[in-house]
Structure formats: C-alpha cells, structure tokens
Design a protein around this ligand. Structure first.
Ligand code: NAD
Length: 322
C-alpha cells in the first residue's frame, strides 16, 4: 500500500522540500492550503485522503481529524510547540506525535545577542535618527558591552547558546533556571530576584507555562538597575507588556527588545510610541538554514515512522508503542 502524507499547511512559499523527501521515499504527498485552513476543513481533508501521516505547521489537528484517519501513525509538527495538536487523542490511539525541538537554537540566540548589540551600539536608534534627517554623533549615549552584566532567565538550549555567544563579548553572565542542570563555567547561577537587580540586560528564554505567565512583571522590573535593557525572545505572555511599557515611559528601562508580544499580531500603540522599544514580528526562529532544517527533519521523521522505525523526537508515548 502506498502511504499518503497530508501536509495541512506551510509557512513558506512552496512544499518542495517536504514533497522531495516524501515522494523520494515512494509515498504520496497531499498538500492543504499554505495558510492554515479552519479545523473543519482539515478534518474533511483527513477523512477524504485517509493519511498515514499528518505534517502540520499551524493548522489545528483536532481529535476528530485524528480519529477519522484510520491508517494514521504519526502527527509531525513543523515546529516546537504542540498546542495545535490533540496529543492525548493521538497517544490513546497509538499515534506518534513528534516535533523538531532544536532547529532554531542558533537563530533565537543570535536574535537575543542582536538586540543587545543593537542597544549598546545604538543601531536601531541611530538608524531612525539618520532617516529622520538628524546626523548628531554628539548625542550618542552608547555602552561597552564588555562592562555590562547580562542575566539570562531560562537556561536551556537557547539560553546556554546565548551565554556562549555573549561570553565572547566579555560581559559578566548570570543565569536563573529552577531546573539549573550542569553548571556552565563563567556563568553564575542565581535566584531570579538577584538576577533582576544585578543585570544591565535581562534576556528571557523561559518557556510559557501557567507558572511563567507574567514571570517578568512590574515588581521584578522594578528590581532592575535604572536605564537597562529587557529582551524577550521566548513567548509574549512570559512578560507583562503593560509593565514594560510603563517602565519605558518612566525611564526606568532604557530599552526593550521584543520579538514576541502577548497581544501579537496586534502591537499596543503605547509600546509603538516608545523610542526605546525595538520590535520584531516573532521571527527569531527564522533563517534560510533553520527553515530548511525544520522542514527536512519533520518530513524525515514521517518517513522513518512509516517505514517501521522509531521516531527520533517523540513527544508522546503512544499506547502500543511504549
Ligand atoms: P528548553 O526547554 O531547552 O529551555 C527552557 C529552560 O527554561 C529550561 O531549562 C527550563 O528549566 C527553564 N524554565 C522552566 N521554567 C522556568 C522558570 N519559571 N523560570 C526560568 N526558567 C524556567 O527550551 P529552548 O529551546 O531553550 O527554548 C526556550 C523558549 O524559547 C521556548 O519555550 C519557546 O517559547 C521560545 N522560542 C521562541 C522562538 C521565537 O521565534 N521567538 C523560537 C523558538 C523557541
């Protein structure tokens, strides 16, 4: 029997990488629309094409979609988070759920370091000034990164990569993680309050969970040295955006580098009117290399499972496969 793989949606111009790998393994690829279709449409696609595997980017893979695809063996996420997949249904039906957990470690840590350099060297600020017709080098209030303390909140894969890169700039490094793991030479592990009060630059790499919602709130921001920088490249709701906006308004924070917002894609006007705000539209994960790696590894995981092997990145322990 030829396996059918359903690609529900994709956040890139075409499905060539996925198609090359799936068809190269002698399987059939059926692609849904590039933009994620409503759940009901994904459910009817699954019912009609009876896939052995579903590859999904942002589209909802509901319990109904999973239940209607009788030959289904794997739901592979083109990304990290699994909140668009009915994982429990998959698990109870013996279906693997996989992701690609580390495809963008370099990109997200580069993005964090990029915000730090953009601030210390005034790259965003002066680009705006020059475009507005102001050539005023004497107004510069720039900083030497090597003399600053950077605190990393969430010391996992990406946090450690950020520390490794910042170490090359010579700054002092602090980290906070409730599950600290192996100590890293040159990085002092501290509690969150000490990190906030000792850091010129605070970088948030903690995941969003019920316990990390607004982990960085008004009280913790108030602990920071005046005139510092807050960077968030994790998930918007880990940081209280209103508290950051108020700290910028009052000059307690000099700047904020935010790739993620709790209200995204909406951007609060109060934040937009803060000159210290450096904003990017949730692109820290993205590069030509990271997207290629993501697409290749997710499709290869599908082929591996449909050929009878174990997945490399299982995120569940499906009944019958444990
Ligand atoms: P990871 O799982 O390797 O590391 C996360 C670390 O955070 C872990 O060490 C964990 O112990 C720690 N942590 C858990 N609760 C915490 C808390 N209350 N306070 C501080 N630390 C806490 O994950 P990762 O690969 O390093 O990714 C980190 C986060 O980056 C992801 O959860 C994701 O939200 C975000 N991310 C963002 C983008 C983007 O494009 N902006 C891309 C990929 C990942």
């Amino acid at each position: 029997m030829t396996h059918t793989v359903l690609l529900t949606d994709y956040a890139w111009p075409d499905d060539s990488v996925e198609r090359g790998i799936i068809e190269g393994a002698g399987m059939r690829l059926v692609s849904g629309p590039a933009d994620p279709a409503p759940a009901a449409q994904i459910e009817s696609l699954a019912r009609d094409c009876q896939p052995s595997a579903i590859l999904t980017c942002w589209a909802q893979v509901t319990a109904a979609a999973i239940e209607s695809a009788k030959p289904l063996q794997i739901v592979a996420r083109l990304g990290v988070g699994l909140d668009n997949i009915a994982v429990d249904t998959a698990t109870s039906r013996g279906i693997w759920v996989t992701n690609v957990p580390d495809y963008c470690v370099e990109e997200v840590s580069d993005h964090a370091v990029g915000f730090a350099l953009a601030w210390t060297r005034g790259l965003v600020h002066f680009d705006r000034e020059v475009r507005a017709g102001r050539w005023a080098p004497s107004s510069a209030r720039l900083r030497r990164l090597a003399e600053l303390t950077c605190g990393i909140v969430g010391f996992g894969r990406i946090g450690r990569a950020t520390a490794r890169k910042l170490a090359a700039f010579g700054c002092r490094l602090l980290s906070y993680d409730p599950y600290p793991g192996t100590p890293t030479p040159g990085v002092e592990s501290v509690d969150l309050e000490s990190l906030m009060s000792r850091s010129d630059i605070v970088i948030v790499h903690a995941p969003l969970s019920p316990t990390t919602h607004h982990l960085i709130d008004a009280q913790r921001l108030a602990l920071m040295r005046p005139g510092g920088l807050l960077i968030n490249v994790s998930r918007g709701a880990v940081v209280d955006t209103d508290a950051v906006t108020r700290a910028l308004e009052e000059g307690r924070l000099a700047a904020a580098g935010l790739d993620v917002l709790e209200s995204e894609p909406a951007v609060p006007q109060a934040l937009l009117s803060q000159p210290g705000a450096m904003l990017t539209p949730h692109v820290a994960f993205s590069s030509d290399a990271s997207l290629l790696e993501l697409r290749r590894r997710a499709a290869e995981e599908v082929v591996r499972v449909l050929k009878g092997d174990q997945p490399r990145e299982p995120r569940n322990a499906p009944a019958g496969n444990r």
